[in-house]
Every structure is written in structure tokens, then in C-alpha cells.
Ligand binder design. Sequence first.
Ligand code: FAD
Ligand code: 2HG
Ligand code: ZN
Length: 474
Amino acid sequence: MPDDQRQARIVDFIAKLTAALGPKGVSTDAHEIEPHVKDWRGRWQGSTPVLVKPASTEEVSKAVKLCAEFGLAVTPQGGNSGMVNGSIPYGEVLISLKRMNRVRNIDVLNDAMTLEAGVILTQAQELADTNDRLFPLSLGAEGVATIGGLISTNAGGVAVLRYGMMRDLMLGIEAVLPDGRIWNGLRGLRKDNTGYDLKQLFIGAEGTLGLVTAATLKLFPKPAVKETAWVVLDTPAQAVELLARAKAASGGAVTGFEIVPRFGLELVLKHVPDIRDPLPSPAAWRVLIELSLPRPEGARDMMESLLGDAAEAELILDAAIADNEAQKALFWKIRESVPVAERAHGKALKHDVSAPVSRVAEFLERGEALVRKMAPQCDLIAFGHVGDGNIHFNVTAPKGVDADAYLEGEGLSVSKAIHDLIMELNGSISAEHGIGKLKRAELAWRKSQVEMDMMRAVKKALDPDNRMNPGRLL
Ligand code: FAD
Ligand code: 2HG
Ligand code: ZN
């Protein structure tokens, strides 16, 4: 279609959209659109003719029906904290779900709450807390990320080893399909064997099958006490051995087990205010351990004897157990600030990989050797969720070169070698951030033909015109 005709169609579309949703639901203001079309690290910049801001499921449905009528593609967006270039539009109609932020229901006896897609994760956690329950999903972007985005990326975070990923926290879903129909699957059931579990399709779909508008989420008992420790050790193999001991000693009460390299800690000390090193040491690694227990009695002893035994076995060099909430907050702040400090240090090749926990140490050792050999001028920042086998193995572009050109050019061979290694260890090239545009091409050749065929068949069945976040994931 010639440009002027396309432009006239867009003008007509926006007029109809405004009539359907009212002026509050539509924006073409460049200033308002600006933060929605770039990512938080400043790596990608997109554009959109219009930002749609529905306030209800019915409004989402109206907007999607109009997009279908006009043959326009849609990019859904929540908090725009995604890491794989999935939520930024490149000419698509941008639908932000942030105004859909109501609590629909909280059913304490059923340990469930139903929230709209735009509710921010910290609000969901606080709501659970005020009802004497725990919503356990927790991650660095929790003040920004939305329920809809967390579902659509099947987010992970720092408590997966105990509570699972977003997929494991879901009971029901409401979604608007590509043709604009509303599917209400908001069942709060723990048992429901009535055919295909359709909600699973939308979890981790990255907006490619429709828009998530609400969800029923699981709640858990609030632990009475958390014991948090900061541990210094020499090798990742020692960390994995310590994890096994912590699980056994606590009867499965380990809710956090995160690894931070000395260089990551140094970057945090350099770039983030109000941080001090809890245990200064030249050793190469730090681990944060969190135990969550139903009773305070014996909790401190449990952590102390775990660490005492580990020191005696020469698994760890030093350890500090938090004495108060401020110390716990400091340990967590160091860990959660690594991505922010890394961003301040420079742009990086990001590898969000996972391996069986038993092979994580081998991955870290061989991966580091590989980076030192292939890219000796780059810095390696390898950190994260060692407790569930997920490492963020990030390699910064060399100083003094054009970072974007490096990430798109020479750096790709480093990424390929790292991903080859993780595949050799029976791992995954995307543990928790998803695929987006960033890893779309690689997914197609890393997955088996039969897996790609099944995924494409699902996509074709639900979105035959490929209008839902096209060019992401598949
Ligand atoms: P967005 O970024 O807006 O969107 C993400 C994807 O979902 C896009 O493809 C988008 O099109 C789609 N989408 C969004 N909303 C909807 C909807 N309602 N319906 C359909 N599709 C939708 N992730 C982890 O898993 N674990 C971590 O520990 C973690 N830590 C992070 C730390 C920092 C500092 C940052 C910046 C990010 C981190 N992330 C982490 C990544 C990010 O927070 C998650 O991917 C999160 O789930 C994205 O939520 P969002 O609302 O920002 O979604
Ligand atoms: C984390 O665990 C996030 O902190 C971000 O998933 C990881 O920046 C990263 O690579
Ligand atoms: Zn992570």
C-alpha cells in the first residue's frame, strides 16, 4: 500500500479507536510515547503510530477487533522491563495494559488472588502480605514489571528454586484473542482435567497469541522467619556443594541461593550508592543464601550449623549472617544491583542460560576459559540464580570500540560459542527472559524441527494473520 494511503488508514483507525475508547485510551503524543519505544538499557529504539491505553478487558477487545478490521499488527506492553526486545513496537500498534490495574478478587481460603494484567509485581506482593499470605515471585524489576508481562515472559527471579516460575504460580487466565474475542479462563482450581490446559499457551508466549488481561494467582503461607547469609568462597563447584548441603540441612527451606562474582560486587560498589562490602576478600565468588522457615525457633542455629560445617569442610572462606532487616536488605541490594552496575559499566552480550544444577560449575569454569581465550579484552560478569541452574553470563563490549557494532558483529561469535557450550551441557539459551527479537533467529535453528513445527502450528491456529507481536519468538 502506498505511504499516503497507509497514513490515511491509520488516521481513520485512530479516529475509530478514539470513538471506541475515549480520549483517555489513545495517545499520539510523541512525548508520552517516547519511554514506551526504547528499552531500559538503551540498546533498542522503535516507533509506533499510536499508543493504546485500554482501562478494561472490553476496551482491549474493542481495540483488538479494530486492529483486525484494519489489518494492523499489535505489540502488547506492560512495564517494558523485558530484556529480549519483545515489548518495543517497530511500527505496530502499541497496546499498554498499565491502566488495567484493578484487584478483581482475593480468596484467602482458596489461597488465590485475581489481578488485572497491569498490576505491578510489588503491588501484588503487598496485597498478598496484607492478607497474611505470600506471593513469592520476586525479581530486580519488581517495582516496574506487570502481571501481564510476567506471565507473557514466564518470569523467574530469585525464589524459583522453592516456588517455581510464573507458570507454577498460575491458576487461571483471561485473555483477548487476536480476533478480539474474550476468553475467561479465570478458574481458581487446583484440579481441572477438562482437556487441554489452554492457559499454558499464553504463559511465555510473549504476546504472540493474544493479550493477557487478568490472572488468578496462587498464594502461599507467609514464612515466620527468614535467615539470610552472605558467603565468600573460591569456586562455583563449592557453591553448588553448599547448595546441596543447605537443602538437606533445612529440609528444603532454601528460598534464595544467588551467586555474585567479585568483579560484579566491585561494579556495584563503584556505581551504586549506599553499598558496602559485607566481607571484603580477594576471593573470586560470593553467595547469598536465604532460608524461609515457619517458626523462628532454631532458625538461626540451622544457618549457623550449615555454615559452620561448610567452613570445617573447607567449602567456604567466610560468612556473615544478617542480624537485622537492614543487613538482609544490604545483601539483597548488592545482588539485585548487579544488572544496574553492569549497565553503568557498559553494554554487554547477554546470555541468560540454564543448565542442570549439577553442571553449572562446569559451565562457569569452561565458559570463563572460553571468554578469556576468544575475547580477552572483554569483561565477564557471570551471576544469578545458581540455586535453579540459571546464570546470567554477560560479556561487556571491549572499551574503546563501538559497543553496538561489537554486539551486532564480532561479539556474535562469542555468543555462539557460549550457547554451544550450554547446549553441550543439556542446557537452554533462554532460562527466564524469553526470546523476543533478540534470540528469534537462533531459536529457529537451536530447537528441533518437530518443536518448531508444533509451535508454528499453535501460532497459525490462534493468529492466522500473524498480527500479534509479529517477528518476536517465532
Ligand atoms: P514487558 O517488558 O512490557 O513485556 C515483555 C513481553 O511480554 C513482551 O513480549 C510483551 O509484548 C509481552 N507482554 C507484556 N504484557 C503483555 C500482556 N498483558 N499480554 C500479552 N503479552 C504481553 N526477568 C526474570 O525472569 N527474572 C529476573 O530476575 C529478572 N530481573 C530483572 C531485573 C532488571 C533490573 C530488569 C530491568 C529486568 C529483569 N527481568 C527479569 C526481566 C523482566 O522484568 C521480565 O521479563 C518481566 O516479566 C517483564 O515484565 P513487563 O511487565 O515489564 O513486560
Ligand atoms: C537478574 O537476575 C535479571 O538480575 C537480570 O534477570 C539479568 O541483567 C541481567 O542479565
Ligand atoms: Zn535473573
